[in-house]
Design a protein around this ligand. Structure first.
Ligand code: PEP
Ligand code: MN
Length: 306
């Protein structure tokens, strides 16, 4: 009876825009019959049963910085090391990244810790060299509609972490995912990282509803970046818990040995101790996620509204 009521409510509450709105993106849209995609990265499954945490500095700055961070985040339970070697910066005067030198340092960190690597490509010209070193290629918010880059990623042979453009709708995010898939790569992970709104108290506005919506309309895994959403480290743990509860498949979080000395995004980077505490405190929220996963994102969306 309750299940029946839920289904009736779901039909009534599903935004009618969703019916068919995304079906033209046939390679990434969810149909009644298709199963969820699991992206395999070395021995890690993203979109499966595990909640996968990617963590590390905004940018690779030096060998000791990346090796220390890799060891700390691995010990706290992260499975994937993040770190930009090619940095898209809002200011042309800001640190632009170490380039290939940074990629070599990431590779070394992988050898030492066993963590997989995610790093950003900004230009189609860099895709081959980045794919040679990394396990996942990240597309940043400023590049979500760089179609030359997206098409090059179709042939790169690595999974792609596609971040939502800061002013992009979910439809536009899925359109970019479809471009990558049409170019030959269906190994795609979507990332909600906050969007630009009229609010200025946080760097961006975390669109938490994007997670259950994307998981309802697409079969791709969805992760959350609380660091770029918040812009301040104090909000990162609570946004991470929210992401866990609404059914995200994982997180990508900025962590730095000395955030006050970071060359980029220090304000939003956690210290090692803060990251460890955040990871230790996540479990009850992951237990709630198991409950929401049994319901499925559609029923989660329907059950709470009235
Ligand atoms: C980053 O991950 O450091 C980054 C620049 O992210 P975004 O593209 O989401 O701003
Ligand atoms: Mn950053």
């Amino acid at each position: 009876m309750i299940a029946c009521l839920r289904i009736t409510k779901m039909a009534a509450l599903m935004n009618p825009k969703w019916n068919g709105q995304f079906s033209c993106f046939d390679l990434v849209a969810k149909t009644d019959t298709c199963s969820r995609s699991v992206v395999q990265v070395r021995d890690i499954e993203i979109g499966g049963n595990d909640f996968v945490v990617m963590a590390g500095p905004c940018a690779v700055e030096s060998e000791s910085q990346i090796l220390q961070t890799a060891a700390a985040v691995a010990e706290a339970g992260a499975r994937i090391l993040r770190g930009g070697a090619y940095k898209p910066r809002s200011s042309p005067y800001a640190f632009q990244g170490l380039g290939v030198e940074g990629l070599k340092l990431l590779k070394k960190a992988r050898e030492v810790t066993g963590l997989a690597i995610v790093t950003e490509a900004m230009s189609e010209e860099d895709v081959d060299v980045i794919a040679e070193y990394t396990d996942i290629v990240q597309v940043g918010t400023r590049s979500m509609e760089n179609y030359a880059l997206l098409e090059a990623l179709g042939e790169c042979g690595r999974p792609v972490l596609l971040k939502r453009g800061m002013t992009a709708t979910l439809e536009e995010l899925l359109r970019s995912a479809q471009v990558i898939a049409m170019a030959g790569n269906s190994q795609i992970i979507l990332c909600e990282r906050g969007i630009r709104t009229f609010e200025t108290a946080t760097r961006n506005t975390l669109d938490i509803a994007a997670v259950p919506v994307l998981k309802t309309v697409s079969h791709l895994p969805v992760i959350v970046d609380p660091s770029h959403a918040a812009g301040v480290r104090s909000l990162v743990p609570v946004l991470s818990r929210a992401a866990a509860v609404v059914g995200a498949d994982g997180l990508i979080v900025e962590v730095h040995p000395q955030p006050e000395k970071a060359l980029s995004d220090g304000n939003q980077s956690l210290t090692f101790a803060e990251f460890r505490h955040m990871m230790d405190d996540l479990q009850p929220y992951l237990d709630l996620q198991h409950y929401s996963r049994q319901l499925g994102p559609e029923l989660l969306a329907a059950g709470g509204a009235d």
